[in-house]
Design a protein around this ligand. Structure first.
Ligand SMILES: [Zn+2]
Length: 358
């Protein structure tokens, strides 16, 4: 499921709304229905506070990363806080540690600030009733809500499951002692047991915990896979995984020639060449959709080609597959076509690597 909504940039940091945030909106709406009859303003205030707190937390990560020259691709605002995606991860666990801790420090600072400057008589934090505080709609109650949300964000981020900060911090510390891949696997296992404990507690005490566990499970699964894959592919280049024995066609060739090839081989997409130059790519979908028509390749091929360099890191291609709709790229070396790479042959390579190293 990838319905992330792009919202805009803050200090150059790209912000997207993760699909799990919609679940949070739904939960807030239900809370409103339970506690009040009609309060759109409250709902708006609550969402803004959650949203801004998460953005501030992420800005903490982002600004420290920027100082260390580590680039973020984007941040996703999810139901459990922010998830930041690196464009390229740092090779130094110490730098990673600094970036990850910075987010937590933002929440801790907000909590300390609010706690020491507000006269909070009879304040006590109740995880299941944080929403009640907002009902009075005073400055004091709004600030208490800010405090509560920041405590929640801090608590969530201290649970050692990817993609929380604690998960990444734990991995960075373990990477200092062992290698990154082992560290990732250990954190994945700890994460799995943590989620299991959440599920058990949810069954015993409160269904909300069960709901949070389900969200964690979904996010943690994706993030664990992502973390493992990126680590496995680190320092491996496109050359290691690309298809070298590929069939090429000319723009003037008839499509039925490609259809015949499609039927008898395992190739699904094709590079189109003319006079030694790559002219475009013919995607599987376009072949199938036009297979009954008597047309030439040039009428259905895609002229907008993005090339991958044989020396490029495979993790870069992995990210590209995750981001783009197309899953097939021609590979070049010294400006000559040397092969192609598609998502299924990359997945196969990942499968082999995980059998070997995990
Ligand atoms: Zn964080």
């Amino acid at each position: 499921m990838k319905a992330n909504l792009y919202l805009g940039k803050v200090f150059g940091m790209k912000i997207k709304l993760h699909w799990t945030f919609y679940i949070l909106l739904l939960w807030l709406a239900i809370q409103q229905l339970i506690y009040t009859t009609n309060s759109l303003l409250l709902m708006f205030l609550a969402i803004s506070i959650v949203f801004l707190s998460v953005v501030l937390h992420e800005l903490g990560h982002y600004l420290v990363a920027k100082k260390l020259n580590i680039k973020f691709e984007e941040i996703n605002i999810s139901a459990l806080g922010g998830i930041h995606k690196y464009e390229k991860q740092s090779n130094s666990p110490k730098e990673e540690l600094l970036v990850e801790i910075a987010g937590l420090l933002v929440n801790i600072s907000i909590i300390i600030f609010l706690y020491s400057f507000m006269s909070l008589n009879n304040y006590n934090f109740n995880f299941f009733e944080i929403h009640k505080n907002l009902l009075n709609l005073t400055i004091q109650s709004s600030l208490i809500y800010v405090l509560n949300v920041n405590i929640l964000l801090l608590v969530f981020n201290l649970i050692p499951v990817f993609p929380t900060d604690a998960g990444s911090i734990l991995r960075a510390i373990l990477t200092l002692k062992t290698n990154r891949l082992k560290a990732t696997t250990i954190v994945s296992k700890i994460g799995f047991f943590t989620v299991l404990i959440f599920v058990l507690l949810g069954l015993i005490y409160n269904m909300l915990l069960l709901f949070i566990a389900a969200l964690f499970l979904l996010e943690a699964y994706n993030e664990n896979e992502f973390a493992k894959h990126v680590t496995l592919l680190k320092e491996r280049t496109v050359k290691d995984a690309m298809l070298t024995n590929i069939t090429t066609f000319k723009p003037q060739d008839y499509l039925h020639n490609v259809v015949n090839k499609l039927v008898v081989s395992t190739e699904t997409d094709f590079v189109i060449k003319e006079n030694g130059l790559v002219k475009g790519v013919l995607y599987h979908n376009d072949i199938v959709n036009n297979s009954t028509r008597k047309i030439k390749i040039k009428d259905v091929m895609n002229y907008n080609v993005e090339f991958i360099n044989a020396e490029d890191e495979l993790s870069k291609v992995y990210n590209l597959f995750k981001k783009k709709g197309s899953s097939f790229f021609p590979v070049i070396q010294n400006q000559k076509l040397v092969g192609a790479i598609n998502s299924s042959n990359l997945n196969e390579y990942l499968l082999l690597l995980s059998r070997l190293y995990l």
